[in-house]
Design a protein. Structure first.
Length: 81
């Protein structure tokens, strides 16, 4: 059994080294894009608005975060355009 595990580990290492560099995941190459940064800013803005609402206002806006977030993102995109 230990021999099989060792064999499997070696096989995985060989397969990973055989992949082209573009197919291997790398945290260093994951730089934020302009779209990604804009989406992050909208998420932060909508989150701040959501936290500032009272319980009654949340019920009027939509009882759940996903619904509120969807409306908020649409509103922010329209304001920017």
């Amino acid at each position: 059994m230990p021999n099989r595990l060792l064999l499997a580990a070696v096989a995985v290492a060989l397969l990973a080294s055989a992949l082209p560099a573009s197919a291997q995941p790398s945290a260093a190459t994951a730089e934020p894009t302009v779209k990604g940064l804009a989406a992050r800013e909208r998420q932060k803005a909508c989150g701040a608005e959501w936290r500032a609402l009272s319980a009654a206002e949340k019920a009027a806006q939509g009882p759940k975060w996903p619904q509120y977030f969807s409306k908020c993102v649409k509103r922010l995109k329209e304001q920017k355009a």
